[in-house]
Design a protein around this ligand. Structure first.
Ligand SMILES: Nc1ncnc2c1ncn2[C@@H]1O[C@H](COP(=O)(O)OP(=O)(O)OP(=O)(O)O)[C@@H](O)[C@H]1O
Length: 257
């Protein structure tokens, strides 16, 4: 099939990443389509975070090519020039504990733009609303937030610069199933209303089932299967089969009547 120009938010070709003699990502190729929610699964320590951090230019690569929204990613020059192209939600939320929620959301704005205080406040209030929080939550400090609220604030901060892509590292970890389901619904709503591309590392089988358009499985440093969840469930790859058809996964799947 001929590829349309601009169809991909992220294109990774033949990527190699390693530390000393330890190769973590081994000639990996991956396309993420614009506007899709892609879930990335893989064994613990298998390289999911390394892949995500390499795509956003935080880790240098040993070989291969990375393109994000049509621009190639260069480890040394990425951080500043990339501002606004993507937002990131790290695993623990990573909010600044000495700043209020509002100041946390405004942090990327202050770093990258020159705006009046009034406009900054307006933007922070709009982002809070976008993630289902109240304007008065903006005055709280991170220590006063529940786990679910922390994730929402971290998401609001990731959205501060109106990015085209958001990277989410295990967004529902540590949340109870109801809060996790609510967060999944929020991600889906934002993807639909803002046309976001979402790259999500997750172990959460419910998220993979309900939110992701496609799921990519990382094993042996490569993407060994990619497609809608129903296709992943049919994969013959031994690790993918063990992941989705192992005892714990079976418990989550409805029993045939
Ligand atoms: N800065 C670093 N220096 C050296 N080794 C690293 C570094 N960052 C990651 N690694 C190694 O790379 C491998 C992949 O780590 P990574 O954090 O990407 O795994 P993961 O798939 O995200 O795991 P988990 O699901 O447990 O979070 C591990 O062996 C880890 O020790």
């Amino acid at each position: 099939m001929q590829e349309r120009v601009g169809q991909f938010a992220i294109r990774v070709r033949d990527l190699v990443v390693g530390f000393r003699r330890h190769i973590v990502i081994d000639h990996l190729t991956l396309d993420v389509q614009r506007g899709e929610i892609l879930g990335l699964v893989g064994a613990s320590g298998g390289g999911k975070s390394v892949l995500m951090r390499t795509i956003i230019g935080l880790i240098p690569r040993l070989g291969g090519e990375i393109e994000v929204m049509g621009s190639s990613i260069d480890h040394d020059r990425t951080t500043r020039s990339a501002a606004g192209r993507w937002g990131i939600l790290f695993q623990q939320g990573a909010l600044f504990s000495s700043l209020t929620v509002r100041q946390n959301i405004q942090f990327p704005l202050r770093e990258n733009l020159v705006l009046s205080d009034a406009l900054m406040d307006e933007i922070a209030t709009a982002k809070l609303e976008m993630v289902g929080l109240k304007p008065e939550d903006g005055d709280k400090f991170p220590s006063e937030l529940s786990g679910g609220m922390t994730k929402r604030v971290a998401l609001a901060r990731a959205l501060a610069l109106d990015p085209a892509i958001v990277f989410l590292d295990e967004p529902t970890s540590g949340l109870d199933p109801i809060a996790a389901g609510d967060f999944d619904a929020l991600i889906r709503t934002l993807q639909k209303t803002l046309g976001l591309t979402v790259f999500m590392v997750t172990h959460d089988l419910a998220s993979l089932n309900t939110v992701c358009d496609r799921v990519a499985a990382l094993a042996d440093g490569k993407i060994v299967a990619i497609g809608p969840m129903r296709e992943l469930l049919q994969s013959e790859h031994s690790w993918v089969r063990a992941y989705f058809h192992g005892k714990r996964s079976q418990m989550l799947q409805p029993k045939a009547s």
